[in-house]
Every structure is written in C-alpha cells, then in structure tokens.
Design a protein around this ligand. Sequence first.
Ligand SMILES: Nc1ncnc2c1ncn2[C@@H]1O[C@H](COP(=O)(O)OP(=O)(O)OP(=O)(O)O)[C@@H](O)[C@H]1O
Ligand SMILES: [Mg+2]
Length: 309
Amino acid sequence: MPVPPTSGRLQWTDVPTALRARLEDALGAPVTDTVTPGGGFGHQLAAALRLADGRRAFVKAAPDDDPLTAANVHEAAVLDALPPGAPAPKLLGIHHAANWTAVVIAHLDGPHPDLSPASGDAGQTWALLDKLTSSPAPAPYAKAVSTTPSTAAGLHGWDELLRDPPADLAPAARDRLPQLAELEAAWPALARGNRIVHGDLRADNMVRDRHLGVTFVDWAHATTGPACIDAASLAPQLVLAGHAPADIARLLCDHPATATNPDATTAFLTALTGHWHRNARKPAPPAPPDCAPTSTAPPPRASPSSATA
Ligand SMILES: Nc1ncnc2c1ncn2[C@@H]1O[C@H](COP(=O)(O)OP(=O)(O)OP(=O)(O)O)[C@@H](O)[C@H]1O
Ligand SMILES: [Mg+2]
C-alpha cells in the first residue's frame, strides 16, 4: 500500500496508471487538473477532477487492501439507493484496476455551508433532515445498509465518568453524573429505527452547491435509525458556530426530526456528549500537518461515526 504523502491525502498521481486510464476512458476525456479539498481526516484520494472538455467529477480512491475502499464501496451503494430528491450527489460509477478501486461521484460546486446564525444554511439543513426522515427509508436503501452496524448506537461516556469523575469536569455535569449516566443507558434501546441516517453530518461533509443548495456528502457511515440522530448531532455544532444554546433547544423541540421522538433525542444527545467528554480527555490522535484541528472546529472525529464504545 502506498504511504500517504505528507499532505495527508493520496493525490491523483499516486493512483496507478491503469486506474487513471480506466477513469479517463469512463469519463470520456483526459483529466487536466485536480483539486483536493482541504480539511477532513481521510488519507485516500478525494479530489475534484477537471476534464479537458471543462466538465468536473469527484473521485474517491484507495488500494483494495485499505479499509477506506470498503467504506467507499458502501458509500457508492448508499448513493445509488437513496430516494429521489435526497440531498446527495449522484453516483457516476465504480472502477477497479491494479488492485485499486475508485468511486466517481457528481461534482458539487460551492463551499461548505456556513452554520452560523448569520447564514440561512443551518435552517436549510434542518429542513432537509425533516424531509429526509419524514418517512421510512426505501427498501433499496435499507438493503444497502443492512450489514452496516450503527456506530451511533454504541455511543456512551457518562458511565465511565461516573465511575471515576475527572477533577476538571464542569460542576454542572459533575452534579448530574448519575442522571446523565441513566439517560445515556437508555440510548441503545432507543437507537433502532427505520429512517435514513447519514451518520457523520458536519459542515465539512456538506457542500452548498450553487444549483442544488446544501447537499450532504461522505455517506460512508450511512445506516438506518431513529429520525433524530443527524439533526441532534448538529446541535453542538450549531452552538460552536455561534447559536445560543437556548435557541438550539427550541429548534430541537420544534423540528419534526427531533420533536417526534424527544426521549430518543435526549438519550442520543446525552450519549453523544458523554462520548465527547470521555474522549476529549484522551491523548489527541496523530493528524497530518495540514489536517491539524483549528481552535474553532468541533473536536476531531466528534461525530457519531467516531464512536469508540
Ligand atoms: N461530490 C463532491 N463534489 C465536490 N466536493 C466534494 C464532493 N464530495 C466531497 N467533496 C469535498 O471533498 C471533501 C472530502 O470528501 P469526503 O468527505 O467524501 O472524503 P473522506 O475522505 O471520506 O472524508 P473524511 O476526511 O471526512 O473522512 C469534503 O469535505 C468536501 O469538501
Ligand atoms: Mg468527509
């Protein structure tokens, strides 16, 4: 397996010639330029290709013995099975050559959404989630994710913090540790559901496309579950982006994705915050130089997909 370059991600020139040729053949034009978006945590190729005729396509690729290839193939199956109108780019194809696999996805044109109160992007994201989770996942989607375990279901942390409370735990949390551990203990039984769950929803896994508006990318962790998971996982991110916690609490009570199941929403948010409080006290994981977290970003891998039970 090639060693990831210091930029943190494999580049187009790291892809075996046979696979590059296969992709150019399938796309119908030579690749003239590639742009690797900044940020993210993966080491695979994830790049926008510009073709000689001006079209663009997004490609994710890795060697077949890299675990990210299985994740990319899962993402491709999910993209192919999402219902019409889902906020996701279209799958254009999967290609194999030289023991590598590439997934080609329609290119989205725009920045990550701005989740701050000054922008309408957060409201648009909630509306998308309300719509996406308003009915059960269609059968092809449920089949595509049927073998994928829900990492969100394994979230916890208050149980461990209750057993050994850290000295630096905020008094508001310390005083409520038994209650938090009890709420969290209810989560696994409430984590089942038949709605579409993206499972890793963060601003850097969304693009505000100039034609489609806010669109979710990186569906590698998609599963089924209760409607609240993606919407509730946004709550702490919105607070980090400058929203008042009281406003977010009102949103959780008002939006169908969360309001229809307040017990699951509360249990999920308790398990998620327990996970963060516990994991934030562990040593930082190694990160490539250009992927170092900034002071304003959410904790690395703080989303449900990062669960390490
Ligand atoms: N279809 C697309 N069109 C344009 N840009 C995209 C598209 N899909 C993803 N991106 C951009 O590329 C970045 C990396 O893509 P993605 O998140 O799918 O890769 P990943 O390696 O699975 O990510 P992570 O680093 O979060 O594990 C995204 O943060 C986004 O900025
Ligand atoms: Mg991503």
